[in-house]
Design a protein around this ligand. Structure first.
Ligand code: SF4
Length: 450
């Protein structure tokens, strides 16, 4: 999808192609590493800036002949759009491409606000094709920028488990997802398809990051168990090379139940935690989101994962137009009962459903009856809850979580304060703080939030 074309003359020069990442959940952005490698293989000498850990190098921006901005998630898109104006001031005519999941979903807005190209899906291949299409003469001019290196892994979020700290590398073994959860931004782009990456490509990425000091690998596939044997073969090979390396991955509850026999081996191969998008325990909400699991399934998944000696870190979407105050309280009670207080980053209790343009949720009858308005600048449809208390609770919890995070308040204290707020709103007695030992909760030091 594009607005106009332009023909640069020196796009093979070092730094002429500039890729910028704004935010990728605290890890080294694969939205830079994979396109960087693809462009280098095609003969270009791209440079990068990761503004999550670096300042915007204005000289790099001013001299670029093509700029790609990676927008794999909502937060990255908002930051990327903010950056656009500054880039245009520095380099008014440079072709700008936004790439990643949220680019095509919001293409109408982006193409009319200073972006020239929007691509999603298999972005590395498409970026190379796009840059090649801009080449009129394959000549190298004397641009005096050195092709830069990505920031070191120490600049990114770390693995933590009590006193144990590890440097984290990041890779993905697949793109896309074979499932069609309605609230997820992946189905509108991939439509139920997923693509395994070549085993050697993934192992090579792991090897390079281990050489840089990584001792833990995050597999950031949308769902690592879409192709379980593909993932397992990679893990076995990784273990053969690096038996002390630990790792984490993300998978849905349904897959934990379906592939339960593999969890002891995942643990033996170094798995320390698994993230799973539980989202809700309410049957109504889970049906609308088409998650294909129930509260009982979540409890079984916990037994499977914790039984194997791996931690399960559930993620939630506790504020939706269909979530009741009882549903919200049920999540808190569940977390407490299952001793998961430290397995959930407090920001999770403030997550509000995003409905981006093109979302599969817009096809659901329950959504069609809502009074939705698209706020293009927020890249989402706006909704209000029929029970005004839930919107009020969302605001209060959001403010509390942000403030507590700034002040370094212990997760357990934030959790109980949120629970007290919700219980008070319901007119229930203040929940009693349990004097229990919480389960070990290994984590990456960046709250999971997209
Ligand atoms: S929420 Fe997870 S399982 Fe569902 S479509 Fe998205 S990536 Fe796939």
């Amino acid at each position: 999808m594009h607005k106009e074309t332009r023909t640069p003359s020196s796009i093979y020069a070092p730094g002429a192609v500039l890729l910028i990442s704004c935010y990728e959940l605290g890890h080294r952005p694969i939205g830079l590493t994979r396109p960087l490698r693809a462009l280098e293989s095609a003969g270009f000498s791209p440079d990068t800036i990761d503004i999550a850990v670096e300042t915007l190098d204005t000289e790099k921006v001013s001299c670029a002949e093509f700029i790609g901005i990676s927008v794999p998630m909502h937060t990255a898109l908002r930051l990327g759009v903010h950056l656009l104006q500054r880039i245009r001031e520095l380099n008014p005519d440079v072709p700008i491409c936004m790439y990643g999941l949220y680019a095509e979903l919001n293409a109408d807005y982006l193409l009319s606000h200073g972006v020239d190209y929007c691509i999603s899906g298999e972005t590395s291949t498409q970026l190379v094709a796009l840059v090649q299409s801009l080449v009129e003469k394959q000549q190298t001019s004397q641009v005096t920028i050195n092709s830069g290196k990505l920031p070191t892994l120490e600049k990114y979020a770390q693995f933590e488990d009590n006193d144990e700290v590890r440097t984290v590398g990041y890779t993905e073994t697949t793109h896309g997802c074979k499932h069609l959860c309605t609230h997820c931004p992946i189905p509108p782009i991939y439509n139920g398809r997923f693509f395994p990456l070549q085993r050697d490509t993934v192992l090579d990425e792991i090897q390079k990051q281990v050489a840089e000091g990584a001792t833990h690998i995050t597999f950031g596939d949308p769902d690592f168990l879409n192709g379980p044997m593909h993932g397992l073969r990679i893990l076995r090979a990784m273990y053969d090379f690096y038996p002390d390396l630990t790792y984490d991955f993300t998978t849905k509850i349904e897959h934990i139940l379906k592939h339960k026999k593999h969890f002891p081996e995942f643990a033996q191969l170094g798995c320390r935690f698994i993230i799973s998008a539980v989202e809700s325990l309410s049957e109504t909400v889970l049906t609308i989101l088409e998650k294909h699991h129930t509260r009982a399934d979540v409890e079984t998944a916990l037994e499977i994962v914790h039984g194997a000696g791996i931690a399960l870190r559930p993620t939630w979407v506790p504020f939706t137009p269909w979530t009741t105050l009882d549903d919200y309280l049920e999540i808190l009670e569940f977390v407490n009962t299952h001793r998961l207080v430290y397995h959930v980053d407090p920001i999770q209790y403030a997550v509000r459903l995003l409905i981006p343009p093109g979302s599969y949720l817009l096809n659901r009858p329950e959504t069609k009856v809502l009074d939705l308005t698209l706020d293009q600048t927020a890249f989402s449809y706006m909704w209000t809850h029929p029970d005004a208390r839930l919107d009020e609770l969302h605001k209060t919890v959001n403010t509390l979580v942000e403030k507590d995070a700034r002040n370094g308040v212990d997760t357990k204290d934030t959790f109980y304060r949120i629970w007290e707020l919700a219980a008070d709103m319901k007119g229930q007695p203040i929940p009693k703080r349990r004097n229990v030992s919480y389960l070990p909760a290994p984590r990456i030091t960046e709250a999971w939030f997209c």
